[in-house]
Design a protein around this ligand. Sequence first.
Ligand code: 16G
Ligand code: MG
Length: 564
Amino acid sequence: MAANQEEQEQEQRRRLLAVATRFPLPSGTFSYGTAGFRADGATMAPAVCRAGILAALRSVKLAGAAIGIVITASHNPVGDNGVKIADPDGGMMAQHWEPFADALANAPDPDALLQLVLQFAKDEGIPLGGQDTAQVLLGRDTRPTGAYLLDAALQGINAIVGANAIDMGILTTPQLHWMVRSKNKGAKASESDYFTQLIGSFRRMLELVPKDKGGDEVAKKLIVDGANGIGGVKLEQIKVELSGLDIIVRNSGKEGEGILNHMCGADFVQKERVTPHGFSPDDVSVRCASLDGDADRLVYFRLSSASDSRVDLVDGDKILSLFALFIREQLDIINNSGGQTNKSLSARLGIVQTAYANGASMQFLKSLGLEVVFTPTGVKYLHKRALEYDIGIYFEANGHGTVVFSEDFISQLESLSNGLSSQAATGSAQYHAVMRLLAASQLINQAVGDALSGLLLVEAILQYKGWSFQNWCELYSDLPSKQMKVKVKDRSVIVTTNAETKVSQPCGLQELIDKETANYTHGRCFVRPSGTEDVVRVYAEASTQVEADSLTKSVAHHVERILG
Ligand code: 16G
Ligand code: MG
């Protein structure tokens, strides 16, 4: 072995041992789970440091492509924190690296960590010890433990020889995913580039609103609950440039406005269905939206009346339905222009949902003749499935979701727009529809669900359709539903199949669920182990709220009895 190479290998070992010694493992086990490691922020430094090592290794493995690290615990309480890794396309880290992520995070001592890395590098063919072999972009949210954990991540990255860490600052989760994707496409990837793209494509969408629409019917006023997180901060920064909208941010994260995710935010509004902190009876009938703490979830709502705190909720399913209607309409205009069918564009449009999607939304989407498929809970599953289509639209009911367009479809759109402009057909309905789809593909964050870009797409579509919040609500009526969580000794005892709609283990539980469900009209119920908490979740729908509550309760009771 060349002396130089040997020296570098020595250096690599020394750095890994040193960093692992600096961050001894606390008690408890880390699991990468649905969306990375999460725990009390004060205990997270060792896991975050190891995530830094992991991200750098992943970048070396992928020939130096940029990898992302986001430090956030999303919608969870302010004391929690977490870390997750973004792959070069801006999506979630490839699932086959998760077992290594778990092993690394739980390596009991420095020597075990070193051996694990060396063995993994050997198995995966990762060349250690080179120059400029890795780059990792980092972002964090506004949590008080953020800066301290960022430092732990930097130390982890720097423990891999040749790795470069770039701190992108305090960001929403989707901003960091977008930056990673852009950087690897060779495009501009700063925060101001992100804002320029968002604002520019939003303006283009509004310019393409038919002149007879978007008038008085559509209220320009929008109140946004920022969950006292980073999304509200960013929206405050850009709102003056969003002409055509009058945005007021509440729970904006400013000193004294409240606590991150406490009695506010998308998770709170979607689960509790009541007005978040900071809203008053004066807001009745105004269109409102709610983001979660790291701004990758979006729901809309309206105060039902001045006398109580309940809200009319528009969840991820209805956002998805709005996007699907809009995109289908543009495809129809392109392909059936002027009355005669003249298929100019072939596009496979697919809708991806989870078991939590309200049954009424699924019926609605199917009644439009759309292809609807289901995956287990978690963005990583939905996103992957959506990529199988020319246009894949995915959403979880909780407000996580986006639209992804295949490169082939985008080039078809671009050549169609070039063709139409050379035929001097830029005034045609077909050309406008092509331009709307192109603008939407720029506006929506294709790396991951993004509450800010999703919100602007919703607003542009409402203006395009000339729709009020009420029109949107009336697309279909949600079936009453209920969620409960059951604390159990070991949630991994529950094994599910068919996109979590059926339980295969423990034996006999599914039969009990079926038996209970059969007692209710439009009854539907499933149970699944949480990917983020030590609980089993129970979800049920039925034709009345009382029935949905009672079905959930009886199934939760069975789960408690069998697993408790
Ligand atoms: C995480 C997931 C979300 C999922 C939720 C389920 C991401 C970015 N986030 O927040 O998609 O709906 O977990 O939580 O993937 P649960 O497994 O505890 O029910
Ligand atoms: Mg989130």
